[in-house]
Design a protein around this ligand. Structure first.
Ligand SMILES: *[C@@H]1O[C@H](CO)[C@@H](O)[C@H](O)[C@H]1NC(C)=O
Ligand SMILES: *[C@@H]1O[C@H](CO)[C@@H](O)[C@H](O)[C@H]1NC(C)=O
Ligand SMILES: *[C@@H]1O[C@H](CO)[C@@H](O)[C@H](O)[C@H]1NC(C)=O
Ligand SMILES: *[C@@H]1O[C@H](CO)[C@@H](O)[C@H](O)[C@H]1NC(C)=O
Ligand SMILES: *[C@@H]1O[C@H](CO)[C@@H](O)[C@H](O)[C@H]1NC(C)=O
Ligand SMILES: *[C@@H]1O[C@H](CO)[C@@H](O)[C@H](O)[C@H]1NC(C)=O
Length: 517
């Protein structure tokens, strides 16, 4: 029966330009080889047509019938919501438009049902597979993952929220040497790919990956006006003069949200991952504890609200900032802390259902792409996948590194730092702990900022505690009042920070008030 199908609508050139005598088409990002969201969610498919015409969309034995309505810009739009589809494929999805007896057909081939993840952020998300360490290994195995499918929208801006993409850099493709390693500076995102293929390794379900990212961009470009307003930011343009190269990147609030995220709201997704924050080390750093959680909540609410099919608290994972090698930058530790809404760990009350990969121990000063772009993306991908498997899929891993539970001072000038009992510590003294010896030396409103910090060596450690030697405080006439861990732009060499768990996952940077017994 499918021999009737004469054409497929998936070319970049056709986006938003369906000819008027046959305007029947899927929206731009519904293409051959794609992944649609599996059960228990319901996938939404939408597209264009002639207002008033009947559209039938069929998959396997099901037929969904709907009518084309007047949509944005007077274009006819239609949408159908599938009943929950089990894992699998490959399916064909056929659409037929009946405009008073004039019939047109469209077809999607080789569609899988699995989990769809959006990957977004700035250059470390855009950083491609071909730029990472071990690229040859990655390209060799890519074709072993025929159920991982990838797609990269074009980089576009818009002053208003768009309903469809303006361009597509790489249409939906089956994972292969070519589709993953294709174009050095354009696709495919290393972190997005590695995250997705590790999920596929463990879950054995199809994974659809959409890498919608843009190097150099601050969080404000990816946030809606509503999200920014919650943090007291208005619509003003910005100018980051310290970064002359940024003149090439968007410099207006919301323009990437509008052009590169909003169009996907009508697609049902499983969740999102994010690697961004470097740009905000130099721009509105102090706002990031508000702007980042506000953006996450806003994305979630709007995705949910579009068709009520994407979870209102969909899992959102992110990479905590890695390293850089510049002389002046105290802002990376601050952004790392703000990335957790100042809790030091996720999820927490403000950032529910979120997960994080620590990356501050993946220093790569010799990276040909600049020290700010470490090539250790394999580590980032596996760490993010481990914590995603726990938060988004309920698997039991100690996927976070050890998180400090308490810090207590002893009478003999030590500080006992305790960790939860489900974590076994692996400790080496790499001089990552510091204490502040009196409240007058620490700013109570910003304990991690302008304090008089002193290196506190590790005196001893056990499976769940680390004892710091802070006897120097009494020499200074004080007592240890605050501690912090790994609070530096580059706290250690590659995988050589002080504290890991027995899976080799690093403790995140942390700061805490020290209490009495
Ligand atoms: C569309 O579906 C309806 C309801 O199932 C059916 O009556 C109609 O014949 C279908 N039209 C086409 C063109 O397949
Ligand atoms: C490269 O791959 C090998 C083999 O899988 C692994 O042992 C090594 O750690 C990887 N190196 C990096 C830098 O990821
Ligand atoms: C969208 O971006 C692509 C390149 O990514 C560019 O070729 C195209 O002109 C842009 N479209 C608009 C409308 O700006
Ligand atoms: C979502 O689908 C509706 C049709 O159901 C359409 O009007 C709209 O343009 C689509 N896009 C967004 C982002 O709402
Ligand atoms: C941004 O800076 C450039 C160069 O300094 C200047 O020409 C431009 O007018 C500035 N734009 C805004 C919005 O301030
Ligand atoms: C940059 O790297 C050099 C050489 O490894 C090191 O000595 C220096 O401390 C680093 N700079 C910063 C700001 O971390």
């Amino acid at each position: 029966m499918n021999t009737l199908l004469l054409f497929c609508c998936c070319g970049v050139a056709l986006i938003g330009n369906a000819a008027s005598d046959n305007d029947f088409a899927f929206a731009s990002y519904f293409q051959n080889n794609m992944v649609l969201q599996r059960e228990p969610h319901r996938a939404v498919i939408w597209g264009y047509g002639t207002v008033g015409a009947i559209v039938n969309v069929s998959i396997i034995q099901d037929v969904y019938s709907t009518k084309v309505k007047a949509g944005p810009n007077g274009k006819g739009v239609w949408s159908v919501t599938f009943r929950p589809q089990p894992v699998g494929g490959a399916q064909q999805i056929q659409g037929v438009q009946d405009n008073h007896g004039l019939l047109n057909w469209i077809l999607l081939k080789n569609v899988l049902f699995g989990d769809v993840w959006i990957c977004s952020g700035q250059s470390n998300m855009q950083f491609t597979v071909s730029m990472m360490f071990n690229v040859s290994h990655e390209l060799e195995i890519a074709s072993n993952y025929p159920n991982v499918r990838v797609m990269t929208p074009g980089q576009n801006v818009s002053d208003t929220p768009l309903h469809d993409l303006l361009s597509i850099e790489q249409g939906w493709s089956v994972a292969s040497k070519e589709s993953i390693g294709g174009q050095n500076d354009k696709y495919f995102s290393a972190v997005c790919w590695l995250y997705g293929r590790h999920l596929n390794d463990v879950l054995k379900v199809p994974i659809g990956l959409i890498a919608s990212d843009w190097g150099g961009t601050p969080v404000e470009t990816w946030s809606s006006t509503e999200a920014l307003t919650r943090c007291g930011l208005d619509k003003k343009d910005f100018n980051i003069t310290e970064h002359p190269t940024w003149t090439k990147v968007p410099n207006k609030n919301s323009v990437l949200w509008n052009a590169m995220i909003h169009p996907f709201l009508n697609m049902t997704i499983k969740g999102a991952i994010w690697y961004q924050g470097e740009a905000n080390a130099e721009y509105h750093a102090d706002k990031y504890a508000c702007t980042f959680p506000a953006m996450i909540s806003d994305w979630r609410w709007k995705w949910y609200n579009s068709h009520k099919q994407t979870d209102v608290l969909f899992p959102f994972g992110f990479v905590q900032l890695a390293t850089n090698n510049v002389t002046d930058d105290g802002s990376f530790p601050k952004i790392r802390w703000h990335q957790t809404a100042d809790y030091g760990f996720v999820p927490n009350e403000v950032m529910r259902n979120t997960f994080m990969a620590v990356a501050m121990d993946l220093r790569d000063d010799a990276s040909p792409f600049g020290a700010i772009h470490p090539r250790y993306k394999e580590d980032v991908g596996i760490r993010l996948a481990l914590s995603g498997l726990r938060i988004a899929y309920g698997q039991q891993y100690n996927s976070d590194g050890p998180i400090v539970r308490s810090a207590v001072r002893t009478n003999d000038g030590h500080v006992v730092v305790s960790y939860p009992h489900d974590q076994s510590l692996v400790v080496t003294d790499q001089k990552n702990f510091e204490v502040c010896c009196s409240f007058s030396k620490c700013n109570a409103y910003d304990p991690f900022g302008s304090a008089d910090w002193v290196l506190a060596p590790i005196a001893s450690h056990s499976t769940h505690t680390i004892t710091l030697d802070a006897k120097f405080c009494s020499n200074k006439g004080g007592k240890p009042v605050y501690m912090r861990y790994a609070w530096a732009l580059e706290p250690c060499q590659y995988k050589q920070c002080s504290v890991y768990n027995d899976l080799g996952l690093p403790a995140p940077p942390f700061g805490l008030l020290i209490t009495d017994f």
